[in-house]
Design a protein around this ligand. Structure first.
Ligand SMILES: *Cc1c(COP(=O)(O)O)cnc(C)c1O
Length: 394
């Protein structure tokens, strides 16, 4: 079968929940991807902020193969060494105290919401606690995660959502205060909004939210699924501000392609929320996924991934700003680190399709924004190459 026939087969077999680009990707190497006809692409998506280390990383591949030959799955009723080592490392890099491994980002959000409700339930026995989330947020597609996603288009067909969710405006502390009641148990937000348009929370806003949470014993939940893992120049985006969450979610680049996420909490929340029997997962934290996490965290250090982000990100920002100056159709640039967006005055679908034809993989965030979330190993030369292909595609 050739590529067209595979795509036709896909449209007969797979549920059509994505309007996919018309290529079948076959393999990757560094920052390059290849479709099944051998055409090469420069990748500025990384599987949506996932493949931080670049494709076909030898050390990463070998670690997975080695684990496959030992054991892939146990069950959470037994201990396994990769999970223990991965949890210890994740604690070190995050400064959090307790880890629960999941299979995805959405599941990490589910666990975080359950922990927040349980924490409040243990305090007062009430079953009517509320959570505040932000407009334009994205937290995933399962019912709990969808319920705190601030985009009515995603929620409406599936209502009713879980109850007692209130929405406020990111970076508008008065709008948060307006939603606080005696029943508020948690405030959830992305430190940098991803799908919602690459909008960083301001330091001032984060500090004020933290202060409100401290005053009222409300748990601050930071969703670092997209902006975490070094993408903005610190391991987790909140570390730059020194505003520590009570609960944090991480996924996407955590396993660099092996499906894995986690929610983490402070010792205080860990001791006063989810206990034995409250939460579980068959696959979450299995030896294969955790061998990936462990190796990813090792390679972040050995390959100086965060240092590279700090070096290349300002250059990407500068080149995007130049582009914005040159083209009237580009009306804004925003984001943080290697998580950037160019805002156009029109839909960006055609530009992204032309870039694909020209050998560059890009993705949107909403209708009018091109999002740049490349592998974290990209060089300034890769940025130059991306800019020149993008210019040809505008
Ligand atoms: C991608 C994403 C999720 C959902 O993660 P999945 O692994 O797709 O379930 C949640 N929150 C944020 C901020 C994300 O970017």
């Amino acid at each position: 079968m050739d590529m067209k026939e595979y795509i036709a087969e896909a449209e007969r077999a797979l549920l059509h929940t994505y309007n996919r680009y018309q290529i079948v990707l076959e393999r990757g190497d560094g920052v390059r991807l290849y479709d099944m006809e051998g055409k090469e692409y420069l990748d500025f998506v990384a599987g949506i902020a996932v493949f931080a280390l670049g494709y076909n990383n030898r050390a990463y591949n070998d670690a997975l193969k080695e684990q496959i030959d030992k054991i892939i799955h146990t069950s959470n009723y037994y201990y396994n060494r990769p999970a223990i080592r991965a949890a210890k490392k994740l604690k070190e890099v995050s400064g959090m105290d307790r880890v629960f491994f999941t299979n995805s980002g959405a599941e990490a959000v589910e666990g975080a919401l359950k922990a927040a409700r349980k924490y409040a339930y243990l305090k007062d026995g009430s079953r009517e606690h509320e959570i505040i989330a932000m407009n334009h947020s994205f937290h995933g597609r399962t019912f709990g995660a969808l319920s705190v996603t601030g985009n009515a288009k995603y929620r409406e067909p599936f209502e009713p959502m879980i109850g007692n969710i209130r929405f406020a405006e990111l970076n508008d502390i008065e709008s948060v205060k307006a939603q606080i009641t005696d029943r508020t148990c948690g405030i959830i937000l992305e430190t940098v909004q991803g799908e919602g348009g690459l909008i960083p929370a301001t330091e001032e806003f984060l500090r004020e939210v933290r202060a409100i949470c401290d005053q009222r014993d409300i748990l601050l939940i930071l969703d670092e699924i997209q902006c975490g893992m070094g993408r903005t120049g610190t391991m987790y985006a909140w570390q730059k501000y020194g505003v520590k969450p009570d609960i944090m979610t991480t996924a996407k680049a955590l396993g660099c392609g092996v499906p894995v996420g986690a929610f983490l909490m402070t010792e205080r929340v860990g001791q006063n929320s989810l206990a034995a029997g409250d939460h579980g997962t068959t696959y979450g934290g299995n030896p294969l996924a955790c061998a990936a996490v462990e190796k990813v965290l090792d390679l972040f250090e050995e390959n100086h991934i965060i240092e590279n982000v700090r070096e290349v990100a300002p250059y990407l920002e500068m080149r995007l700003e130049e582009l914005k100056e040159r083209y009237g159709c580009i009306v804004g640039r925003r984001g943080a680190g290697l998580m950037q967006g160019l805002v156009f005055d029109r839909p960006v679908g055609d530009t992204i399709s032309r870039a694909l034809e020209n050998g560059l993989i890009l993705i949107n965030a909403g209708t009018n924004i091109i999002r740049f979330v490349p592998p974290l190993i990209i060089s300034k030369e890769n940025v130059d190459e991306m800019i020149s292909i993008l210019e040809r595609s505008i």
